[in-house]
Design a protein around this ligand. Structure first.
Ligand SMILES: [Cu+2]
Length: 313
């Protein structure tokens, strides 16, 4: 079989997905050959012949055979379910030490931001051998982040943050596509992911003007948008302290308990009247239409860093 028909294998997942793909293809070919061969043999052996009455062919009825092939097919169905879901689920949760990239999709470009704050448009440079989580947001419509060489594809839906991760293995330049029809120039919404050795990547980063990290943008907005007026430690307003918040369970006024994850914090900014934290008044203003989409992500990124350190600013 011609492997050149597939794109480069440039990530750990590419290898896993291709193995899965070829296993499925191989298994399907076996079944096709088996069924085809049986049809061929039976059609010769049991064909209508002159002098042989049609009903004279014995019918095989065997419980053993029935049980065998029911069990065998059930086994393969369960096996492939397990195999496919294992490979697929591995793409969902990134290792905890993954580098965090933020990608903003908009008609019709990809805006990427490195963990160091370096920004690019329709381009993304990553090192080999390091897991990379990509946080995906859309400023307008549904896009889809697709890097064939990594065998990853994730829809980018406005109003939520999706993540996908990969670990690049082979230096080179690989195409990035939008695979969700998103308007007139959808077809040109492409980019390039450049994979470099860690040393080359470090050297490349040096050549780039230092940018503001997403969390740093968030820290700035935290003051500029007025969040710190109530959420700072010294504030007179009775508002939740955000340090150490991220990832914790949070009791709500209605008795529910929710985890303070990305989606929760995002909603707390844009729909503050929905989930009121237990012990607080519903006084948080609604920031829908005041903050732009990228700004909400920056604030969430900043609040996440407060969670990791477990300390204030
Ligand atoms: Cu698009």
């Amino acid at each position: 079989m011609n492997r050149a028909a597939l794109p480069d294998q440039a990530s750990t997942q590419a290898v896993a997905f291709d193995q899965l793909f070829w296993t499925m293809v191989g298994f399907s070919v076996l079944i096709v050959l088996l069924v085809g061969a049986l049809i061929f043999v039976f059609s010769l052996r049991f064909r209508a012949r002159t002098g042989v009455p049609r009903k004279s062919v014995a019918v095989l009825e065997s419980r053993r055979v029935e049980i065998f092939w029911t069990a065998a097919t059930a086994f393969f169905a369960v096996f492939f379910f397990w195999y496919t879901s294992t490979v697929t689920l591995d793409t969902v949760e990134a290792p905890p030490d993954a580098m965090e990239y933020h990608v903003e999709a908009k008609q019709w470009m990809w805006k990427t931001r490195h963990p160091s704050g370096v920004r690019e448009i329709n381009a993304m440079h990553v090192p080999t051998g390091r897991p990379v989580t990509v946080f995906l947001n859309s400023q307008d419509v549904i896009h889809s982040f697709f890097v064939p060489a990594f065998r990853i594809k994730k829809d980018v839906v406005p109003g939520r943050t999706s993540t996908v991760w990969f670990e690049a293995t082979k230096p080179g330049t690989y195409p990035l596509f939008c695979t969700e029809y998103c308007g007139t120039n959808h077809a040109v919404m492409t980019g390039e992911v450049t994979v470099m050795t860690p040393a080359d990547y470090a050297a490349w980063l040096e050549t780039r003007a230092e940018g503001e990290t997403l969390a740093a943008t968030g820290a700035r907005l935290f003051t500029e948008a007025g969040c710190s007026g109530c959420h700072a430690e010294a504030s007179q307003v009775h508002a939740p302290d955000l340090s150490g918040l991220f990832g914790r369970d949070r009791p709500l006024a209605n008795g529910d308990i929710v985890t303070a994850d990305t989606a929760y914090i995002r909603d707390a900014i844009l729909l503050p009247e929905r989930d009121i934290a237990a012990g607080f008044e519903p006084i948080m203003p609604n920031f829908t239409g005041i903050l732009e989409d990228g700004e909400v992500e920056a604030l969430v990124a900043y609040i996440r860093t407060l969670g990791q350190e477990g300390l204030g600013q």
